[in-house]
Design a protein around this ligand. Sequence first.
Ligand code: HDE
Length: 716
Amino acid sequence: MASQLLASAKEKATEMTSAKNQKIADLAIATKDVHHESWRITSDWGTKQSNTDDWLRVASDDHTGPGLLEDGFAREKIHRFDHERIPERVVHARGTGAHGKFTLFESAADVTSAGVLTDTSRETPVFLRFSTVLGSRGSADTVRDVRGFAVKFYTEEGNWDIVGNNIPVFFIQDAMKFPDVIHAAKPEPHNEVPQAQSAHNNFWDFQYLHPEATHMFFWTMSDRAIPRSYRMMQGFGVNTYTLINDKNDRHFVKFIFTPELGVHSLVWDEALKIAGQDPDFHRKDLWTAIESGAYPKWKFGIQVIPEAKEHDFDFDILDATKVWPEELVPIRYIGQLELNRNVDEFFTQTEQSAFCTSHIVPGIGFSDDPLLQGRNFSYQDTQISRLGVNWEELPINKPVCPVMNHNRDGAMRHTITKGTVNYWPNRFHSVPPATEKEGGYVDYAAKMAGIKSRMRSTKFKEHKNQAELFYNSMSEPEKSHIMNALAFELDHCDDPVVYERMTTRIAEIDVDLAKSVAEMVGGDPTKLEQSRPKHNKKAKGLSQMDYAPEKPTIATRMVAIMIADGYDAVAYNGIKAALTAAGALPFTISPRRNKIFAAGEDKSTGKGVVADHHLEGMRSTLFDSVFVPGGADSIATLRKNGRAIHWIRESFGHLKAIGATGEAVQFVRDAVDLPGMTFSTDGDVVDSYGVVTASQVSPNSFKEAIQMAKGAKDFV
Ligand code: HDE
């Protein structure tokens, strides 16, 4: 059922999105479809093959002889296979991407001349790649890590890449430190352990030795680092860029994407389990949402500071370890990004997509942010080693506007440039490059003065104020999640130098937090003191609580309906229909994936229901919610099934909505019966735990419960 729903939604979606998107039309030229009945298999040189299974050999009926080197078909097949792999990205190796569009609802012409940010009639095609940072290509999605949020805008004036993250700050201030922070965070060099984890000695050793990383590690220990879905996280350009308008005024700018669905996270226990139970959890979630037509959307915002006000703040606005608090620099939301089409092939689109911070278009510029300056060098360089010098000719990376220059040759060049000259100017073409009016990129003429030295400006030396601002701005549950995350991570460090010193660093931000962590991981809490005076300030926009969904919805939420033989068909069919109508994805779970019969249904003549999964095949962690319809026999069976009981208890522990009707109500109560829990006599509300069950479940009350539990989950 869920798959039929997906198939028809997919057709509709494909029709709607391909029509206008110039990049999709462009990609179609390079696309071939293997689902044609009539094609015959050929070699790469085009000759039809008569056999692709047996190597040409000298053989007879009673003797299998040696293979012949002469067999070009066989050699080609093996050679191609031998060379299928390319280097994975040195960071952000694990990722997934999708196509979409960017639209503008308010022109930013007052601050920029960029067409993509001023022309409200445009639909700019985009490709967005999400990623984790530390793990290899095959690692799990739900690890604790920063998430990449890299957007390529295929604008009429050329590609513009915002290569961002889901966290607005970074570990270091100067690009020259990047190899150190990444070496320290990636698996340790002697045994390549641990995979995709920051919970190890080297990572935390680095954090202590680099006070500038303090603000960032508070973010990575927060719930932001374990998102529920790529669709439910923010994107930040992180670095400070500039915008230049028609009058040649320059503003500093930060780019922000905020999801329509709100910002939500997993709970840590869930994240840990999902990493094993379904390492592709986030990619599947994104894929399914797009296939079912529930297109994820983000509001696009800018924070701008006029050039003249650069020094008006107590932090340096070019320092990537700092946010620009919204109270000081409000976010101006001007556009929308929507993802509406999955890739046709992972390798040629997602894997070969390549981003460069240095890709900008007229109206957008860089700043002297030392991290950005280094990134501008690094990305082009890394693409050359990963994909080759002609990487921008690959279909996914090619701009939609004309590309014409005298860059030539190199491995795998495939554009054929006609003409007898390959330099400029030449006797055939000496038209000067485009002026600013003609769309040429003219660098902002900035006045520079300084001393050549390896130094950082004074304001770059303050590292603690915003770490405290972030921590102070968290809700109590978010604070306790940070404490637990630090306790988990430092528990995985076995060198006392690492975990003991870290508690002293935490004490500079909040001594109570440091003491709790020291109590858990080792270190002497009595020796810790608030070693830096606190400012006690808070700011908005840092806590996830500030990002509730604009329009609450349960579309694409995964709901497990648990039944066994003898289930109540009215309750089952009712809830399934209601969930489907609301765009949620119901899945039937039962002790076996063979027909299950309703109460009163004749097993020899009845149609039965074929479950989507059996109880051992799936886990509660992979669903947003569980519903158990009544039915005496069904519940009697489930009561005897340890896995069924565990499903309920685990869902409860992970703060999910649990719906039950009839006999299932007592079953759910018994399963989650915990000391100190109270049930009301009529409504069955377990309000002390923030989770709702109701004996008179109406589809609407259950839908609300799913929404509520989702909200509660973030905050309880
Ligand atoms: Fe990256 N980063 N980075 N980075 N980064 C790469 O480029 C680098 C930084 C980010 O989906 C690499 O194509 C340096 C900040 C994303 O393909 C590499 C520095 C932010 C992606 C590289 C940084 C990012 C990358 C590896 C310090 C958030 C994945 C593969 C100055 C704003 C893009 C590649 C994708 C990838 C270098 C710091 C985001 C090596 C030198 C800060 C989302 O070039």
